[in-house]
Design a protein. Structure first.
Length: 241
């Protein structure tokens, strides 16, 4: 008789535990993660050109019960896994970041011009209990196919090319990724500089201050003639005059 009573008590406890576990599981399945904001911060090089970007994701946790949705504390879920992928909305080639006790994460040093997709999972003891919709963000101009692939023309390595000064600065890709008008502007600016430098070299012998002012270079002897302007003039007058 006692064994039957014990068996009944144990069976009843199992039923009660299963009921509460099922209710808790249903409540967890009604949880939904909403991505609230995606903040961007760009890092630039010494020329002010963006080289990479950081994304900060913030999210909130909502519960749906009997058709009503209400925000709950994000600490209801202990762990969150943030999945992110570049130009891949199916997350076939994805990276992830795991956070605990927080509702934000910063993903650092991501590429400029890539469309990144984000998805967040909520985990409780390793089991997924909540999921967010997929969000995406893009920062900067996407690169054209011609800029990403293909060899560089050998003429672009020539010193007369508008790419040459950017190559000296280690920023040849800026010229490669520019539009047709942008490349023309690079050529025009570089050619104008070279033409001005050529004019200065050719006329350097004739464009001297000695052609305007009839004095020789200042010497130690002329320092004693400071108070005598006639001697200063006669002592420093150039032979050409």
């Amino acid at each position: 008789m006692k064994e039957k009573i014990r068996f009944g008590v144990v069976f009843l406890l199992i039923l009660v535990s299963g009921f509460f576990w099922k209710q808790n599981l249903l409540a967890q399945n009604n949880l939904k993660i909403h991505i609230l904001d995606i903040e961007r911060s760009k890092q630039t090089n010494f020329l002010g050109i963006p080289k990479n970007v950081n994304y900060t994701l913030k999210w909130a946790l909502f519960s749906k019960d009997r058709g009503k949705t209400a925000e709950v504390n994000y600490t209801e879920i202990p762990d969150y896994v943030v999945y992110y992928s570049a130009n891949d909305s199916l997350f076939n080639n994805t990276q992830k970041e795991t956070v605990s006790g927080k509702n934000l994460v910063t993903l650092r040093h991501l590429k400029i011009g890539q469309r990144y997709f984000f998805r967040i999972e909520g985990l409780n003891n390793g089991d997924r209990v909540a999921l967010s919709d997929t969000a995406w963000a893009i920062s900067g101009r996407t690169l054209s196919a011609s800029a990403e692939e293909g060899p560089i023309n050998w003429m672009d390595y020539f010193p007369l090319s508008g790419r040459f000064p950017m190559q000296l600065l280690g920023q040849g890709r800026i010229f490669e990724h520019s539009t047709l008008l942008g490349k023309f502007a690079f050529h025009l600016i570089w050619w104008s500089f070279l033409f001005g430098l050529l004019i200065w070299i050719v006329t350097m012998k004739n464009l001297r201050l000695s052609r305007i002012f009839p004095f020789k270079k200042i010497g130690l002897k002329s320092a004693f003639y400071v108070m005598n302007y006639d001697k200063t003039y006669s002592g420093r007058i150039s032979k050409e005059f």
